[in-house]
Design a protein around this ligand. Structure first.
Ligand code: DX5
Ligand code: ZN
Length: 217
């Protein structure tokens, strides 16, 4: 399957979100990646349900909602009602991850689990069959525009092995510092979804940058 591109609106102009949505709608972007931060799990605060609801009105592409919040199980229903299609929680923020994944599935969304750079892939083995998307963080979550952590390749390769061994359809998403420089190598080790924020939105022609990321073979 061809890989997917999920531009992160964290690097868009927040005063012009409608314009960003229209650009993404016309582009080869597959998903909208939306970063929700609570100032507790990560040292930054972004946006929540009202903004996601507003974005939903301007696109039919799937909303890939990345929750960087403590106890995300408190808000599963609320994010569903806001329009999330894929709901990603952090492994490090969930005491009862299995139950949280079931709740996300019961709400009719795809399940995602994100791993901080220091968190081992092996920890997901007991619940891997319940995860639609594993989001491998290639920066420490909290901010756009950070540089890619090289150890990510090793983690992606390990995760790919695990998914293949269990014959699962779980997708591997990479989030943080993704550019046309590292995308090819990431796809080679097993990535299925590339999140990219600043590289797309700070480029001269974001539509063209998305096309370049999409067309990497
Ligand atoms: C970081 C977020 C990312 C961020 C990626 O905590 O999860 O989605 O927007 O931005 P770049 O591509 O600029 O690293
Ligand atoms: Zn993200």
């Amino acid at each position: 399957m061809k890989h997917l591109i999920a531009p992160s609106l964290l690097s868009a102009d927040f005063a012009n979100l409608q314009k960003a949505c229209e650009m993404l709608n016309k582009s080869q972007a597959d998903w909208f990646h939306l970063d929700v931060m609570d100032g507790m799990f990560v040292p930054n605060i972004t946006f929540g349900m009202p903004v996601i609801k507003a974005i939903k009105k301007h696109t039919t592409k799937p909303l890939d909602v990345h929750l960087m919040i403590e106890q995300p199980e408190r808000y599963i229903k609320a994010f569903k009602e806001s329009g999330a299609d894929i709901l990603t929680v952090h492994y490090e923020a969930c005491t009862h991850l299995h139950r949280t994944l079931q709740s996300i599935k019961n709400e009719g969304m795809l399940t995602g689990v994100a791993l901080n750079p220091h968190t081992s892939i092996e920890l997901l083995e007991p619940v891997l069959e319940h995860i639609d998307v594993v989001c491998v963080m290639s920066v420490n979550p909290g901010f756009g525009g950070q540089s890619f952590i090289e150890g990510t390749y090793r983690k992606v390769a390990k995760l790919k092995d695990l998914i293949t061994r269990y014959n699962l359809k779980t997708k591997i998403e990479i989030d943080g510092g993704v550019t046309t420089e590292n995308a090819k190598a990431l796809l080679e080790v097993g990535a299925d979804v590339l999140v990219s924020g600043s590289f797309i939105f700070k480029s001269k022609n974001p539509t063209q940058t998305i096309k370049e990321l999409k067309e990497i073979k």
